[in-house]
Design a protein around this ligand. Structure first.
Ligand code: ADP
Length: 463
């Protein structure tokens, strides 16, 4: 077992990792940017090291500085958290080359899964249905539908046009290296394709230093459903049920729940039957998520995220498993404490992401409590929310015996949560939660877009 772990991250996920480490008797070392010097993760960790120099926005991406900090502070492992370097194969490799443990799968597995085109081919190989689409529409070869392989060069989008016509419009252009909802463009008409491919490639290059894009059939209003996986070296692959993340704004998740109101037992079994051999074959270790789009009775593989996810707490609530603990065990050569056959899922869990509308200082904070309520956050009264990072400042998660119970509990908890000093989306989340569409459980990824105007009006009128 490891003795000391460096957390190469900030905010609520750094706090979350520290909590599990403390329970496991693992000492923690935090890193922080100048802007984060008074942050909660700095206060809670056993030791904290500043990663400089400014600008703070870059601090958590400085691979060499992070590894030096781990070596100098006597750490034997690095946890990358979520975002930043968590799916960066080169970082994982550098960490390992220094004799440190990387809390995540092998670098070559991260590399394979990080490329959505390669991931699609791999999933297909294991018999998983993938969203109809093309291979890379990047520099090189000609595009071909289904599976992967070919691509066309930036100037020549002819193959892509044929492929898109075969798929049928609308189509969605996606960055092979994409993440966080960035670099996607929906195209409704053939004549708009070439221009959008050019823009998508430019955006992909700017955001991910890789201009490779590919095309998928754009499904109208599907559900986003994902399985939480934990796997260890011995071939144990546990599935902690699914999460529904269909409530999204600009392809970014706003509310998640487990189980999904739109997944039948049969579909769940089929997803699991496809996913488990894939993770076993990849010799995957640690926590991972396999994402699907669901349309009526069909589901399609979308991608694997080779890390822990923001929305992991809903799976923790329904399974009773500490996912970070099991992830650390699995990545440090210990068998996980989970018997995949014995996973029992209970009740219903919902998470609302709490986002800041602007940076600022927290002047007042009241955190909800009571049965089945959890608030994962880095906020405390008097702390500052810096402008450099993701807008998410916390996650409110509830657990109830069934969906109506969880809905009532979330409504109660959102009403108790009070954050002053910065604008937040708490009121918006209340509206979405209480919208008949959400309450009914019958909604897809376009749901928020459909109700957005009404909700904005209600908020403006102060209703
Ligand atoms: P990222 O890795 O950036 O999060 P994903 O591939 O996970 O991107 O897709 C994010 C969201 O984009 C999905 O949850 C869904 O709402 C939308 N999306 C992606 N692909 C499609 C598609 N083929 N049809 C419809 N919506 C899609």
């Amino acid at each position: 077992m490891i003795k000391r772990l460096l957390i190469a991250n900030r905010g609520e996920i750094a706090v979350r990792i520290i909590r599990s480490c403390r329970e496991m008797g693992i000492e923690t070392v935090a890193v922080y940017s100048t802007a984060d010097k008074d942050s909660l993760h700095v206060r809670l960790a056993g030791k904290a090291i500043r990663i400089g120099p400014p600008p703070s926005a870059k601090s958590y991406l400085r691979k060499e500085s992070l590894i030096m900090a781990a070596l100098h502070s006597g750490c034997d492992a690095i946890h990358p958290g979520v975002g930043f370097l968590s799916e960066n194969a080169e970082f994982a490799r550098l960490v390992r080359n220094q004799g440190l443990i990387f809390i995540g799968p092998d670098p070559q597995v991260i590399e394979l899964l990080g490329d959505k085109v390669m991931a699609r081919t791999t999933a297909e190989k294991y018999g998983l249905p993938v969203t109809p689409g093309t291979g890379a529409v990047g520099p090189g070869a000609g595009a071909q539908t289904a599976g992967s392989g070919g691509g066309v060069s930036g100037g020549n989008t002819e193959g892509a046009e044929e492929a898109a016509a075969r798929l049928g419009f609308p189509v969605i252009i996606k960055a092979a290296a994409g993440g966080g909802g960035k670099g996607m463009r929906i195209v409704h008409k053939p004549q708009d394709l070439a221009e959008n491919i050019r823009i998508a490639r430019y955006e992909a290059e700017a955001n991910f230093s890789d201009g490779t894009v590919f095309i998928e059939k754009y499904l109208e209003n599907p559900r986003h459903v994902e399985l939480q996986i934990i796997a260890d070296r011995t071939g144990n692959v546990a599935v902690l049920g699914e999460r529904d993340c269909s409530v999204q704004k600009n392809h970014q998740k706003l509310i998640e729940e487990s189980p999904s109101p739109g997944v039948t037992d049969g579909m769940r079994r089929a997803m699991i039957a496809g996913a488990v051999p894939l993770f076993r074959e990849l010799k995957y270790q640690g926590a991972g998520t396999i994402e699907f789009l669901v349309e009526k009775d069909a589901f399609y593989f979308m991608e694997v995220n080779a890390r822990v996810q923001v929305e992991h707490p809903v799976s923790e609530f329904v399974s009773g498993v500490d996912i970070i603990r099991q992830q650390i065990l699995a990545c440090t050569g210990n068998p996980m404490e989970l018997d995949p056959e014995a996973v029992k899922l209970q009740g219903w869990s919902i998470e609302c992401r709490i986002n800041a509308g602007a940076p600022g200082k927290i002047s007042r904070l009241e955190i909800p409590g009571g049965p089945g309520v959890r608030f994962d956050s880095f906020l405390y009264t008097g702390c500052s929310v810096p402008p450099h990072y993701d807008s998410m400042v916390g996650k409110l998660i509830v657990h109830g015996k069934d969906r109506p119970h969880a809905l009532a509990r979330m409504d109660r908890a959102l009403n108790e949560l009070c954050i002053e000093g910065i604008p937040t989306n708490i009121n918006r989340q209340k509206r979405i939660l209480n919208h008949p569409g959400f309450q009914s459980g019958r909604f897809g990824t376009s749901f928020y877009e459909e109700i957005q105007e009404d909700i904005e009006k209600e908020l403006q009128n102060g209703q």
